[in-house]
Design a protein around this ligand. Structure first.
Ligand SMILES: [Zn+2]
Length: 408
């Protein structure tokens, strides 16, 4: 078992304080820090602290797949760690995006290879052959847009804004309040000529300002989101798309699970993401990065989903709360040590014999594995190889460890 140092990604939408404070570094930082990657992704692997210095988790897994991943995981996923865990801190909205299914990713990767687009090119959509189901669990209050909400609810929102320019679109959706209607409306907006958007988006922004001024409450969060997005991307169809998506506020510990084809964007907050080890993103707007609307439309799932559909069920097994998701690549859970679990060694439930990544989000614990022990304070992580578990824990104060393992 080793301490694991995450790989820091500095994107413009990140925070100058959140990740630094979480990991106990001085803040504000010189650059906005957006993501801290804990995994063995070739693009940015995490680092094991060993007696001989730092060693990349990618190399460690490559050199000893049997010991690090275990026979069962190798049999299912080959010689790579199938999941990636990230701490994510968004001070500003991310791009409007969706991720492909396994089939779409394999086909897209082969197609872009045939077209001769280098994997590192900024216009490349498919950087690997994997799907990318993702789970996000809030560390602090987290704001997001995700999944097309039931269509009549969006009709209600648009009517409440009372924008005359929106009327034909409200008519379209109320005449067909289902996945097909949502597809037709979203496609119309996302492919609309810029001069049309330059009229429509400001009209919606003005209506949102009026709505907030009026003191109306029902769609206040949605109206504020229109303003927030419109301020940064004044002529972007993504501002209109926000009218069709569930507007979620997650409290600490609450999660959302985003399967293939779910249109989403994170707006603000700090959370932990666990996903299949992939970088496949299709963007539709709200970003200066590469946007590929036709490809996004190919993978989008327009089936309306309510907020509850997006929130994973949790099951509690003594000290462990598991987020139930369908992804075979990962299982995410929280190990909570408190009450009569403090002050003595306790066995952590062992769901299988694969590798695990532990991240302390609160308190402090000593983690014991076969090879020895490490102390994890808030913001510190450990890698437990398959041949090094199961683990035992000792904490003197209420402590939470976020755990990512391979799915069962
Ligand atoms: Zn995403």
């Amino acid at each position: 078992m080793n301490l694991l140092r995450g790989a820091l990604r500095t994107y413009a939408w990140g925070s100058r304080t959140a990740i630094a404070e979480f990991t106990g570094r001085p803040s504000p930082t010189a650059h906005p820090e957006a993501e801290l990657w804990f995994g063995a992704h070739p693009g940015d692997p995490a680092w094991l602290e060993t007696d001989g210095g730092e060693q990349s988790l990618l190399d460690t897994v490559r050199e000893d797949p049997e010991g690090q991943l275990g026979a069962a995981v190798r049999g299912r996923f080959g010689d790579t760690l199938p999941f990636l865990m990230k701490v994510l801190a968004a001070d500003e909205p991310l791009s409007l995006q969706a991720h492909p299914s396994a089939e779409q990713a394999a086909e897209g990767f082969a197609r872009e290879d045939r077209l001769g687009i280098p994997v590192s090119s900024p216009i490349r959509n498919y950087r690997d052959r994997s799907h990318k189901p993702e789970l996000l669990v809030a560390l602090h209050q987290f704001e997001a847009l995700a999944g097309f909400r039931p269509a009549m609810k969006s009709v209600e929102l648009m009517r409440a804004l009372g924008v005359s320019e929106l009327e034909p679109y409200v008519g379209l959706l109320s005449g067909q309040p289902d996945a097909d209607g949502l597809r037709a409306l979203f496609t119309t907006w996302i492919t609309a000529p810029q001069p049309d958007l330059d009229v429509l988006v400001p009209a919606v922004i003005d209506a949102a300002i009026e709505y907030i001024r009026s003191g109306a409450k029902v769609f206040a969060a949605e109206a504020k989101t229109v303003l927030e997005l419109g301020e940064r991307y004044p002529g972007d169809a993504g501002v209109l798309a926000s009218l069709l998506l569930n507007r979620l506020t997650l409290r600490p510990g609450e999660g959302i699970y985003l399967p293939a084809g779910n249109l989403h964007t994170y707006l603000h907050g700090v959370g932990i993401e666990v996903m299949a080890n992939s970088d496949n993103v299709l963007r539709g707007g709200l970003t200066p990065k590469h946007v590929d609307v036709p490809e996004l439309l190919r993978v989008l799932d327009f089936t309306p989903a309510s907020e509850t559909d997006l929130r994973p069920q949790t099951t509690n097994d003594g000290m462990e709360t598991v987020y139930e998701t369908a992804a075979p690549e990962f299982t995410a859970s929280v190990l909570s040590l408190d009450g009569d679990r403090l002050g003595h060694e306790v066995d952590a439930p062992s769901r299988h014999d694969g590798p695990q990544i532990l991240l302390c989000t609160e308190g402090s614990a000593v983690v014991h594995a076969k090879s020895g022990a490490v102390t994890l304070n808030r913001g510190m992580a450990a890698w437990v190889a398959a041949d090094d578990g199961p683990i035992r824990l000792v904490a003197e104060q209420p402590t939470k460890l976020f755990r990512a393992t391979v799915g069962v």
